[in-house]
Design a protein around this ligand. Structure first.
Ligand SMILES: [Zn+2]
Length: 200
């Protein structure tokens, strides 16, 4: 495992132990374990996220990846099914569609949700096919940042989802106590942002 992955795991473990109700700390911990190839430890951390916040659709998606990596296919399928329902109810279209796709690869169909998968509509002037909500909606009037990521966000995320991220971003900074003048913290923050906006 890479040294910086190990360091991040230690950091998130410390945060999760200090704030046992902090879903973001457990989410970051689970994801770091998975990135480090440690699916066995990723699973309980991600299960804890869902216990703390059953509406976090992204947690189901990552938990299912960990369960698949740990050769727990049947559990992964159950996680994905639950995740599709949660994502559908919340209007998180992209995670929902990604999870439906993964289920299909496992040979499992959920026709009642698949019917709602609409083909992309044509995008007009001043509109964007939003990667987060999956809808064609008004574009942001200007880039949220001047650098390249700002352009990617303006071209791929609707104004409404961006406003939702502003609120969530504040929560991330407060809960993870990120000092944003620290480049490492800035990286963690950006990762949360790209994940929330469903941009890779
Ligand atoms: Zn949107």
């Amino acid at each position: 495992m890479a040294v910086d992955t190990k360091a991040r795991i230690e950091q998130f473990k410390f945060m999760a132990e200090a704030n046992p109700k902090d879903e973001l700390a457990f989410f970051s911990l689970g994801r770091a374990y998975l990135e480090g190839g440690d699916a066995a430890n990723a699973i309980p951390a991600l299960q804890k996220v869902i216990e703390l916040n059953p509406k976090m659709s992204k947690a189901y998606q990552i938990l299912a990846s960990a369960q698949t990596a740990a050769a727990k296919q049947l559990e992964a399928i159950e996680t994905l099914k639950a995740g599709v329902k949660v994502a559908h109810e919340r209007g998180d279209m992209m995670p929902r569609n990604d999870m439906l796709k993964t289920l299909k690869e496992h040979g499992v169909l959920m026709p009642e949700y698949e019917a709602a998968m609409k083909p992309a509509e044509p995008v007009g002037e001043g509109e964007v096919h939003c990667k987060r909500c999956g809808l064609v909606k008004p574009k942001m009037a200007r880039q949220p940042f001047s650098h390249a990521t700002g352009k990617v966000i303006q071209d791929n995320v609707c104004a409404d989802c961006w406003r939702e991220w502003i609120a969530m971003g504040t929560k991330v900074i407060n809960e993870l106590r990120l000092p944003l003048n620290d480049p490492q913290a800035q990286k963690v923050f950006d990762q949360h942002m790209m994940e929330f906006l469903n941009l890779k």
